[in-house]
Design a protein around this ligand. Structure first.
Ligand code: ATP
Ligand code: MG
Length: 415
C-alpha cells in the first residue's frame, strides 16, 4: 500500500481525556478513532492488526474442531428471562432498547442464552454431540469504568466459543484442548511468555474457572503468580485454602502483580441447557441435559495488551505476526528522479514477492518520516535515499531493537 493513499494521519497529541497508553498511541498513530469514552472505531491500519489477531484465533479454533457462526447482537428478552439474566440486578452491563411496538430488546453482552436456545433445534440425540460453536461478534456492555482504552470498550468484538458435550468427562477433555489452543494463540501474538493460566472463581458447576492473565502494570486485575509452575491465582481465590490443595501451589512462592485478563475458559455444566431446554436422548432413549462450557477472548483487548507491553518512547512496536505491514519502505527523495525510480522499483518487487509493505511515497522531510515510521511501529524499515543510490546498499532498521543492517537489493528480495 502507498502511504499517499492512506486517509489517516498521525498526530502529535492524543485526545485530552484519554488516559490509557494503548489508546493514546493508537489514536496518535491513526490506528483507531475515539468516538467517546469506551467507544472506538478501527481505521485501516488498526483493522489490519485486529484482523491478523482474529485470523490467528480462528485458525486455532478451527484446529480443535470449532464451527464458526455469526449470531445477531439483538437479544430476545424471553430467552434471557429463562436463565434469569434479563434482570439488571443480575447482569449490570445491559444495554436495552425497544421496538416501535413497545417490546423490549437487548444488545447482547454474551451469547450463552441465544446459542443454547438455537442449538436445541439441532441437537436431539447423542449422535448430535459433541458440538463446538464459535463466533467473532460484537458485544455491548455498559461498563462502569472505561479507562483502559480499547482493552475495556463498551462495544467490542469477542471470540466466544461454546462447547456442547454429552457429559462432564468429555467436556473436561475438550476444556483442556481449548486451554492448549489458547496457549498457542497467546504465543503466536507475542505475549506467551507473560501470560499465565490463572485460577479464578468458577460459578455453579466447577469451583474454579481459568483466566488467561498477562502480567502488565496497566492491568486492572491483581493476580499471584508462581513462575516456576507457570500458574497463577486471581485475588478472588487467594484466601481459599482449597485452591492450594487443587493446584499444589504454595502461598510463599507467590508474587503479587497487576495483570490483564486476555481470555477465559469456563465450565458451565447444565446451567443453561436446563434453563433453555437443550437436552439429548442417550442410547437408551433417556433425556439428558447437554453439558456446556464457554470460552472467551477479546481480540481488541489483546491488541491493546500488545501495545501496553511492547510500545516504547518512540511509539508502537508490533510483533511481525500481527503487524499491519511487515515492512515500511521509506523513500527520502520523491523529487529526486533516481531515488524515486529505485524506491518505486523496490516497492513493485517487494509486492511481487508477497511482502506486506507500506510505501512512504510522500514528499516530506526525512526527520518527519522517521518519526512517523517509529510511531507506526512496523517491524522493518527499509530506507531509500541518496546513499542508497550511490552505494547500492539499503539500510534496514529493525523497529524493536533499532538495529541497522545493510542489505543489497538481491538480499532484500531473498528475505
Ligand atoms: P472483565 O472481568 O475484564 O470485565 P469479563 O470477565 O467480563 O472480563 P468475559 O465476559 O468472560 O470477560 O469476556 C471474555 C473476554 O472478552 C475477556 O477475557 C476479555 O478478553 C474480553 N472482554 C471482556 N470485556 C471486554 C471489554 N469491555 N472490552 C474489550 N474486551 C473485553
Ligand atoms: Mg466484564
Amino acid at each position: 500500500m502507498r502511504q499517499s493513499n492512506l486517509f489517516t494521519k498521525t498526530r502529535r497529541e492524543a485526545p485530552a481525556d484519554e488516559v490509557a497508553k494503548n489508546a493514546q498511541l493508537l489514536v496518535r498513530a491513526g490506528y483507531v478513532h475515539k468516538e467517546m469514552a469506551g467507544v472506538y472505531d478501527f481505521l485501516p491500519l488498526g483493522l489490519r492488526v485486529l484482523n491478523k489477531i482474529i485470523d490467528i484465533i480462528r485458525e486455532e479454533m478451527n484446529a480443535i474442531g470449532g464451527e464458526e457462526v455469526f449470531l445477531s447482537a439483538l437479544q430476545d428478552p424471553e430467552v434471557w428471562k429463562k436463565s434469569g439474566r434479563w434482570n439488571d440486578e443480575i447482569v449490570d452491563v445491559w444495554f436495552k432498547t425497544r421496538l416501535k411496538n413497545g417490546n423490549e430488546l437487548g444488545l447482547g453482552n454474551t451469547h450463552e442464552e441465544a446459542l443454547t436456545a438455537l442449538m436445541s433445534e439441532y441437537v436431539a440425540s447423542y449422535k448430535d454431540l459433541p458440538r463446538y460453536v464459535y463466533q467473532f461478534q460484537n458485544k455491548f456492555r455498559n461498563e462502569m469504568r472505561a479507562k483502559s482504552g480499547i482493552m475495556r470498550a463498551r462495544e467490542f468484538i469477542m471470540k466466544d466459543l461454546y462447547s456442547f458435550s454429552k457429559d462432564a468427562a468429555s467436556h473436561a477433555e475438550f476444556y483442556e484442548k481449548v486451554a492448549g489452543a489458547y496457549e498457542k494463540i497467546f504465543e503466536r501474538v507475542g505475549i506467551g511468555a507473560k501470560t499465565y493460566r490463572t485460577f479464578a472463581s468458577g460459578g455453579s458447576f466447577s469451583k474454579y474457572s481459568h483466566e488467561y492473565q498477562t502480567v502488565c502494570a496497566a492491568g486492572e486485575d491483581t493476580i499471584y503468580i508462581d513462575s516456576a509452575k507457570r500458574l497463577a491465582l486471581n485475588k478472588e481465590v487467594y484466601d481459599d485454602s482449597e485452591v492450594y490443595a487443587v493446584t499444589g501451589m504454595d502461598k510463599k512462592n507467590l508474587k503479587e502483580t497487576k495483570a490483564i485478563e486476555v481470555g477465559n475458559i469456563f465450565t458451565l455444566g447444565t446451567r443453561f441447557s436446563e434453563a433453555l431446554g437443550l437436552s439429548y436422548k442417550d442410547a437408551e432413549g433417556k433425556s439428558i441435559p447437554v453439558f456446556m462450557g464457554s470460552y472467551g477472548i477479546g481480540p481488541g483487548r489483546l491488541m491493546g495488551t500488545i501495545v501496553e507491553l511492547m510500545a516504547d518512547e518512540k511509539g508502537l512496536v508490533w510483533p511481525e505476526a500481527v503487524a499491519p505491514f511487515s515492512t515500511h519502505l521509506v523513500s527520502l527523495g520523491q523529487t529526486d528522479d533516481e531515488i524515486k525510480k529505485m524506491a518505486d522499483a523496490l516497492y513493485r518487487d517487494l509486492v511481487n514477492a508477497n511482502i506486506d509493505v507500506l510505501y512512504d511515497d510522500r514528499d516530506l522531510r526525512a526527520g518527519e518520516k522517521f518519526m512517523e515510521s517509529d510511531l507506526l511501529g512496523i517491524p522493518y524499515r527499509i530506507v531509500v535515499g541518496k546513499n542508497t543510490v550511490a552505494t547500492g546498499a539499503f539500510e534496514v532498521v529493525e523497529r524493536v531493537t533499532g538495529t541497522i543492517m545493510k542489505r543489497s537489493y538481491a538480499e532484500l528480495l531473498a528475505k
